[in-house]
Design a protein around this ligand. Structure first.
Ligand code: G3H
Length: 486
């Protein structure tokens, strides 16, 4: 899948997090290569999107909603045929386990289908006639222009399509940069893009994000910036946009989601959810639980059960059965080691057996206790299998943690007393985009609002909300005429 056809320019090799034996020792497996576009080529792709949009007069933005739906449906069908190949690429490119790779693929197809259904609903309810004060109006939803869509390498398919599909189906034209890693899995889709959409509607650019996307912004030709990734990158791109017209943004950014474990929490359920929340896909989810606040009354019991469950997890290759911990991207284990050392320096200990790095690619989950505000792990988004645990007595401690945080994506509360939980919901829901009760933090179901506050998000990216983000409500208004008189 990684072999290139018809490309004379520079290429970059795609390195897998999976190490293989070479004559020089263990090294990342090369799983393919992809084109490295120059700045000029990236600008040409943007111009193709501008041309296809043609100030709202192009084939795509003027096509009926029903026809656009047909095209996207056709694309989903073609994509469905590539399931096996794309799942394999997910495992090799980003080291995601087989079951999680299948889940990512299938939920992406569901996301497309749900978007189609939501658009049919939206079209029924918004394309209607209203009569007010002698004026008859037809309300519509219209596209915004050219959308630059980029997703992250932890969910290269699902999160990229979270912006790409609603932007496309609403009639915008697209410049889209696949994440690195995660770029190769778009190769099997290139023909489907070409065969499903008119020329210039979907334009794929490749290369280092830091090189090929910044030059697009000062042109003022990007109307919507749709990005899921780090807030630093989003801010730097936004700053490059000229002040000639407003830039609409749809952003899913950083997070440091806490769990609050109350004294009456069901410990078996809590441990199970916290394992999923902290360690699914090695903790490399924006929605992962990244710090656990545990009430002092139950801390010993919780730690005993939690560490026992952690020490039963299996490290292995993505395609192995029942594997929980898979290889990490290059350089990641060094960072994780450094935050563990920092926490140790300020008095925390790794309290489970075997916690820590195994080699350059595997890092066995490490539970750090007790963690306090002096340590990097208290505020930094670790994005890996390191779990900081903070004991608390007063419920104000975790609430203040959220209030003072730069982020506001999600929180989980574990407990049984419905009144206590009910009293926490209002103060918490005003800090984050989602409060989870007796469950890990998570995005799904993908039809639920996916958003956050502060540096965690801009706009809401659930299915129906995203259709609104990538369009505006317009109206065609006419004076009512009495046909009997004419
Ligand atoms: O990385 C962020 C993803 O949207 C998380 O989705 O909660 O289903 O893993 P998830």
């Amino acid at each position: 899948a990684g072999e290139l056809r018809h490309w004379d320019g520079a290429v970059e090799q795609a390195r897998s997090p999976i190490l293989v034996q070479t004559k020089d020792g263990l090294a990342p497996k090369i799983v393919g290569s992809f084109p490295l576009l120059t700045e000029i080529e990236a600008l040409q792709a943007l111009d193709a999107a501008v041309h296809a949009y043609n100030n709202g007069r192009g084939i795509w933005p003027t096509m009926s909603v029903a026809k656009r739906i047909e095209r996207v449906q056709e694309f989903a069908y073609r994509m469905g045929e590539k399931r096996t190949e794309i799942v394999k690429l997910l495992m090799w490119e980003i080291g995601k386990s087989y079951q999680d790779s299948v889940k990512e693929f299938d939920r992406t197809i569901d996301y497309i289908q749900d978007t189609i259904d939501a658009l049919k609903d939206l079209d029924r309810s918004s394309s209607r006639f209203v009569i007010e004060q002698g004026i008859i109006g037809q309300i519509r939803r219209s596209p915004l222009g050219v959308a630059l869509c980029m997703g992250p390498s932890n969910y290269p398919l699902n999160e990229t399509f979270t912006t790409f599909i609603p932007a496309l189906i609403m009639g915008n034209t697209i410049v889209f940069k696949p994440p690195r890693p995660g770029v190769l899995l778009y190769r099997p889709l290139l023909e489907a893009f070409r065969d499903s959409f008119p020329p210039g509607v979907v334009n794929t650019i490749y290369g280092a994000g830091s090189k090929v996307t910044p030059p697009l912004m000062p042109t003022g030709k990007v109307d919507v910036l749709a990005f899921i990734g780090s807030s630093k990158v989003a801010d730097s791109l936004k700053k490059l946009h000229p002040k000639t017209h407003r830039l609409r943004c749809a952003l899913g950014l950083d997070a440091k989601n806490p769990a609050i474990i109350l004294p009456d929490a069901d410990l078996d359920l809590t441990v199970q959810e916290c394992i999923l929340g902290t360690l699914s896909y090695n903790g490399q989810r924006c929605t992962a639980l990244k710090i656990l606040f545990v009430h002092a009354q139950i801390i010993d019991k919780f730690l005993a059960k939690f560490t026992k469950a952690i020490d039963n997890l299996k490290c292995g290759m993505p395609w192995e059965k029942g594997v929980n911990i898979t290889p990490l991207p290059e350089g990641r284990t060094d960072y994780l080691k450094s935050v563990v050392e920092d926490a140790k320096h300020f008095g925390a200990k790794v309290i489970n057996d075997n916690g820590g790095s195994i080699n350059e690619t595997f890092f066995y989950p490490a539970v750090l206790y007790p963690v306090n505000s002096q340590m990097k792990l208290y505020r930094e988004e670790q994005f890996g299998p390191v779990i900081p645990i903070v004991p608390f007595q007063d419920i104000e401690t975790p609430i203040n943690y959220l209030t003072d945080s730069d982020y506001g994506q999600q929180v989980s509360i574990f407990g049984k007393d419905a009144d206590v939980i009910a009293n926490l919901i209002d103060p918490l829901v005003n800090q984050v985009g989602r409060v989870n009760i007796n469950s890990q933090c998570q995005r799904g179901p993908d039809t639920f609002p996916f958003t956050g506050r502060k540096d965690s998000a801009e706009g809401t990216l659930s299915v129906a909300d995203a259709l609104r983000v990538f369009s505006i409500r317009t109206i065609v208004a006419a004076k009512e005429v009495d046909l009997n008189k004419t």
